[in-house]
Design a protein around this ligand. Structure first.
Ligand code: FES
Length: 99
């Protein structure tokens, strides 16, 4: 099984997932809530991440995701909804709103 590395800031946690895994799998790899998922269907915006490296490793956002990111003011192309991403290659992300 080919594994890919997801580096999650600001905690600096590294998670390894099989290639093609949805990022929602992160929840099962750590006892900490590394990404604050809510609806898991691209509708609530809780899981916005900034992609620092490997934007292309997370697949292509669809039009609904792009529209919603724009509504959230996350324009500029480096933000994604983590619940809509699949890990195709190594990536470094920053959770946008942490508490
Ligand atoms: S968890 Fe709601 S948009 Fe991703």
């Amino acid at each position: 099984m080919i594994m890919k590395r997801l580096h999650i800031l600001p905690t600096g946690t590294e998670i390894f997932l099989p290639v093609g895994s949805p990022l929602t799998e992160v929840d099962y790899e750590s006892s900490h809530r590394l990404i604050p998922f809510g609806c898991r269907s691209g509708a609530c915006g809780a899981c916005v991440i900034e992609v620092l490296e490997g934007l292309g490793s997370l697949g292509e956002p669809d039009d609904d995701e792009l529209d919603f990111l724009e509504d959230l003011g996350r324009t500029g192309g480096s933000h994604r909804l983590a619940c809509q991403c699949r890990l195709q290659g190594d990536a470094t992300i920053r959770v946008a709103d942490t508490t």
